[in-house]
Ligand binder design. Structure first.
Ligand SMILES: C[S@@+](CC[C@H](N)C(=O)[O-])C[C@H]1O[C@@H](n2cnc3c(N)ncnc32)[C@H](O)[C@@H]1O
Length: 271
């Protein structure tokens, strides 16, 4: 798929997801429209976090980790969330960096931005700004951000090198990258990889751990690490894969332990 087609497919998918959240809340109380029971997106936040944001922000949570809790944010810091969706990580970050810090959310999908701004209004958090734009062309100046977070978005980018270079550019010297993402480990046959990533919803394809590290290195980052936060089981994907005609028992050994959500840390050098 070309980069433009990837962007259009992603915009359409997440535009619809934002509309579904609004519909679920307006017609059925707080019934989740998506993500409920999903092995990737469910149970990422503890009770104190979920009670600190509007129900619509929780319902729109489509990440695969909890970068805000792992990023060790401090009061006064400037945070940027790449692909902020319904705004959950931006709102949680804003509280952690308050009162003098600020959290930016960046997203390219109008419906998600509208939902995020509505969630900000409902939560009454002021040190937040949602920006429209693409993670491959971040609309912020060089060296302006202390921490770049992101939750399950880099895997959706058709130009991951450019997205990581842009994160590096906007970070201040010594600034941190703290990203949750779907990542693969070890050798996986191409067809198995394709089917599993369709299950995960990674339209543009997840990176292998070694590729992630080398792309971060090439972008200029140092102190790079990847910490697995969830390892997906073939059983999680059985119904989906069977529906696509895949012989699940035959491919199980090629999947075991190879598809994970991970927390990616890296630092922009001080000098
Ligand atoms: C999987 S959702 C994650 C949303 C949010 N981070 C969360 O944890 O709920 C992906 C979001 O990233 C946005 N997105 C995907 N690719 C993007 C890109 N290249 N530039 C800007 N936003 C993008 C989508 O519009 C969508 O809102």
């Amino acid at each position: 798929m070309s980069t433009v087609n990837v962007k259009n497919a992603v915009r359409e998918k997440y535009g619809q997801a934002a509309l579904d959240v609004r519909k679920a809340v307006s017609c059925c109380g707080s019934e989740p429209s998506c993500g409920c029971g999903d092995p990737i997106t469910s149970n990422l936040y503890d009770a104190s976090e979920s009670s600190a944001v509007p129900a619509e922000a929780m319902l729109a949570s489509l990440g695969c980790g909890n970068p805000t809790s792992l990023a060790e944010l401090k009061p006064g810091e400037i945070v940027l969330d790449l692909g902020s969706g319904g705004g959950i990580d931006v709102l949680l970050s804003a509280r952690r960096v308050a009162p003098t810090g600020k959290a930016y959310g960046l997203d390219m999908t109008d419906e998600m931005l509208a939902l995020a701004r509505e969630n900000q209004r409902k939560s009454g958090v002021e040190n937040v700004e949602f920006l429209k734009g693409e993670i491959e062309n971040i609309p912020l100046p060089d060296n302006s951000v202390d921490v770049v977070i992101s939750n399950c978005v880099i895997n959706l980018s058709g130009d991951k090198d450019r997205a990581l270079q842009e994160a590096f550019r906007v970070l201040k010297r010594g600034g941190r990258l703290a990203v949750s993402d779907v990542i693969t480990r070890g050798e996986v046959p191409e067809s198995v990889r394709r089917d599993m990533l369709l299950w995960v919803g990674c339209i543009a394809g997840a990176l292998r751990d070694t590729e992630y590290v080398s792309k971060l290195n090439e972008a200029g980052f140092e102190r790079i690490s990847i910490e697995p936060t969830r390892v997906y089981d073939i059983e999680d994907a059985r119904v989906f894969l069977s529906g696509k005609g895949v012989d699940v028992d035959a491919v199980a050994p090629q999947v075991e332990g190879k598809f994970i959500s991970g927390f990616v840390r890296a630092v922009k050098p001080e000098h």
